[in-house]
Design a protein around this ligand. Structure first.
Ligand SMILES: Cc1cc2nc3c(=O)[nH]c(=O)nc-3n(C[C@H](O)[C@H](O)[C@H](O)COP(=O)(O)OP(=O)(O)OC[C@H]3O[C@@H](n4cnc5c(N)ncnc54)[C@H](O)[C@@H]3O)c2cc1C
Length: 535
C-alpha cells in the first residue's frame, strides 16, 4: 500500500484542482489522480503536431469573468502566472442581412446596439438589467458560490425578501416564455436565448425564466486566458504544488476501497492501493463514481437506479472546426462596422427564435441542424497562440452526439462536415478562401474520448432537468457534495452549480469538506441561509 494521504481527488480538471488547493492550504496532504498526461481537463491547449507554434483550445475557451471568482483571488492565480483578457466588443451576432447585434463590456454601447434593432427592446434591456443587478449580487451569485439549500428551505427563505419573491416569480417561466413576453425583435430574442437558455438549460423548461434577466444584469463577460486556456490550469497546478499538493497523471482509478462502511482509498488500474485517511472526492460523473468505481455491495439499489438514471444534456455536445491561418478572418460586415475586426465571440447563422425548436428536434433525431456557429480568432488578442504573423481561429456548432443513431458515425462524417462549415464561414469572411494553412475537426465523440466524464459529449456533465439542479444535483442522496458513504464526496460539474469553467463545484465542495472536518477557514463565505435571510 502506497504512503497514506489525508485526501485523494479523482480527476485533475479545474474543479478537482481548486478543491485540492483549498484542502492543501488547510494543512491536508492531498493527492489528485488524473488519467491524462496533463492536468486541467477542459482547460486544455494543444499545439498542432503538424504545425509547431499553432495552439488550439480544444475544450473551453470563453471563460466567464474568471477574474471575479473567489478562488481566483484566494489562490492568487495572477501570482501563479494566470492572465485573463476581456475584449470590449465581447460578442457580435451577425445576421444574414449583414446587420449585427453587439454586446459590449460597456452597458450603454450594448443598449445602443439593441436600440438599432428595437427601441422597445433596448428599454426592456435597461429595465431588466436595473431590476436584476441587486438580485444577481445579493441572491444568485452568493447561491452559486455556496453549498445549496434544500429546495423547501430555499423557497421559504427567498419568500421573506422582495428580491427573493421577485426571483421566484420570474423563475416560474421558461426562458422561452420570458423572452417571448418581454422582447419583440426576432434577432434580439434569438441572441438572448442563445446565451442563457440554450447554453445551459432547455429553453422550454419552466423554473429557469430568471436566467435571461440574470444574464442581462450580470457583469460577467467572456474572457480568455493569455497563452491558452491551459495557462489557467498551469496556474492552478502551481497553486496546488506550492501548498504541498501532489498530482499524479496517467493514473486511472479502478475501485473505491471501502472498509467498515467508510471509503478509505482507491485502487488504480495498475493494482496499486492508495489510502486516504479522511476522504476521496470525485470530480467524475455519477456513472463513473457510483456505477464503475463503487462495488455494487456498497450501493443501495435505490441509489444505483438514481445514478443510472442521471441524464446528460441533449443539446450541449459541440462540433469544432479549428484553423491555422495566414491572417485573421475579415468579415464582410466589417465594411459597414469596422469595429467587427476586434470582435471577440462571433455568432453566425442565428436570426430567429424559431430556429431553437428546430435544433432540438434535430438533436432528438440524430441529424445535424441547420448551422448556427460561433467562435473566435484568439490570436487577435493574444499573439502568443500562433507563430509570428500567423493566426488561429475556430468555430463551434451544436451537433447531436448520436449522429444517425450512433456516435461512431462521426468518425466517417467529421471531415466532410468540417468542409461544409468552412464554406459557410467563408461566406461571411471571404478571405478565408486563401488564408487557411490547415484545419482539423473535433466531434462530440472526440470530446467524450478525450474527457470520458463528459459522457455523450455533454460538456456540462449533466442536464439541468429532472431535478438535477441545486441541492439535489446530481440526484437526491448524493447532493450537497456528499455521497451516501462516509468519506466519499463529489466535486465536479455534476454537482451544484454545474458545468463550464466556474470552479464553483470545487470551491463549494471545499466549504462542505472542511466544515465536516471541523477545520475553520477564513476564506469561507457566511452560510447562504444567513445571507439570504438578512435581505
Ligand atoms: C468543445 C468544448 C468547448 C467548451 N467551451 C467552454 C467555454 O467556452 N467556456 C466554458 O466555461 N466551458 C466550456 N466547456 C465546458 C468545460 O470545459 C467543462 O464544463 C469543464 O471543463 C468541467 O470542469 P470539471 O473540472 O468539472 O471537469 P473536467 O474539466 O472535464 O475535468 C475532469 C478531469 O477528470 C479526468 N478524468 C475523467 N475520467 C477520469 C478517470 N476515469 N480517471 C481519472 N481521471 C479522469 C479528465 O481527464 C479531466 O482532467 C467546453 C467544453 C468542450 C468539450
Amino acid at each position: 500500500m502506497a504512503g497514506a494521504y489525508d485526501a485523494i481527488i479523482l480527476g485533475a480538471g479545474h474543479n478537482g484542482l481548486i478543491l485540492q488547493a483549498y484542502l492543501c492550504r488547510a494543512g491536508l496532504k492531498v493527492l489528485a489522480l488524473e488519467r491524462k498526461p496533463v492536468a486541467g481537463g477542459g482547460l486544455s491547449t494543444l499545439e498542432d503536431p503538424r504545425h509547431p507554434g499553432f495552439l488550439h483550445n480544444t475544450h473551453a475557451f470563453f471563460l466567464r469573468t474568471i477574474t471575479a471568482m473567489p478562488w481566483y483571488r484566494d489562490l492568487e492565480l495572477e501570482r501563479h502566472g494566470a492572465q485573463l483578457i476581456e475584449p470590449e466588443l465581447n460578442v457580435v451576432l451577425l445576421t444574414r442581412d449583414g446587420r449585427a447585434l453587439e454586446w459590449w463590456t460597456d452597458f450603454q454601447q450594448t443598449f445602443d446596439s439593441f436600440a438599432d434593432f428595437s427601441r422597445r427592446d433596448a428599454e426592456a434591456l435597461r429595465r431588466w438589467h436595473d431590476e436584476f443587478v441587486p438580485i444577481v449580487e445579493d441572491v444568485l451569485r452568493p447561491e452559486a458560490q455556496s453549498p445549496p439549500l434544500p429546495p423547501d428551505e430555499r423557497r421559504a427563505v427567498l419568500e421573506r425578501s422582495a428580491a427573493g419573491r421577485r426571483l421566484l416569480a420570474v423563475s416560474e417561466l421558461s426562458p422561452l416564455e420570458f423572452v417571448e413576453r418581454e422582447f419583440e425583435h426576432p434577432t434580439i430574442k434569438a441572441g438572448l436565448l442563445f446565451f442563457n437558455g440554450l447554453r445551459e438549460v432547455d429553453l422550454r423548461v419552466r423554473g429557469f425564466g430568471h436566467h435571461i434577466p440574470a444574464l442581462l444584469a450580470s457583469p460577467a463577460k467572456a474572457q480568455m486566458s493569455r497563452g491558452g486556456s491551459a495557462a489557467l490550469a498551469r496556474g492552478l497546478e502551481a497553486a496546488v504544488r506550492e501548498a504541498g499538493g501532489e498530482i499524479r497523471t496517467m493514473v486511472t482509478p479502478q475501485r473505491l476501497l471501502v472498509e467498515n462502511g467508510h471509503v478509505v482509498g482507491i485502487e488504480t488500474s495498475d493494482g496499486e492501493a492508495i489510502r486516504a485517511r479522511q476522504l476521496v472526492a470525485s470530480s467524475l460523473n455519477p456513472h463513473q463514481t457510483f456505477l464503475e468505481l463503487l462495488d455494487s455491495a456498497f450501493l443501495p439499489p435505490l441509489l444505483r437506479d438514481k445514478a443510472a438514471a442521471f441524464v446528460y444534456n441533449l443539446v450541449a455536445p459541440l462540433f469544432a472546426l479549428n484553423l491555422n491561418l495566414k491572417e485573421p478572418p475579415r468579415y464582410k460586415a466589417a465594411e459597414r462596422h469596422p469595429e467587427f475586426d476586434r470582435a471577440f465571440m462571433v455568432i453566425m447563422g442565428l436570426d430567429h427564435v424559431d430556429q431553437f425548436p428546430d435544433m432540438i428536434r434535430h438533436h432528438e433525431q440524430g441529424t445535424i441542424p441547420p448551422t448556427i456557429m460561433w467562435g473566435a480568432c484568439p490570436t487577435q488578442f493574444d499573439a502568443s497562440q500562433a507563430p509570428p504573423g500567423r493566426h488561429t481561429a475556430f468555430m463551434w456548432e451544436k451537433a447531436p452526439y448520436r449522429l444517425g443513431g450512433h456516435a461512431a458515425n462521426w468518425d466517417a462524417a467529421r471531415d466532410e462536415h468540417g468542409r461544409m462549415l468552412l464554406q459557410l464561414w467563408q461566406a461571411h469572411a471571404p478571405n478565408l478562401r486563401d488564408a487557411v494553412i490547415d484545419a482539423f475537426t473535433r466531434s462530440p465523440l472526440d470530446v467524450e474520448r478525450s474527457l470520458p466524464n463528459m459522457r455523450e459529449g455533454d460538456l456540462l456533465v449533466g442536464a439541468f432537468e429532472r431535478g438535477q439542479v441545486g441541492y439535489h444535483r446530481p440526484f437526491p442522496g448524493a447532493g450537497f457534495y456528499r455521497a451516501h458513504l462516509p468519506g466519499l464526496y463529489l466535486c465536479g460539474s455534476s454537482s451544484h452549480p454545474g458545468g463550464n469553467i466556474t470552479g464553483l463545484p470545487g470551491y463549494n465542495a471545499a466549504q462542505v469538506i472542511l466544515s465536516d472536518l471541523g477545520i475553520a477557514s477564513d476564506w469561507m463565505p457566511p452560510p447562504i441561509a444567513a445571507r439570504l435571510g438578512s435581505l
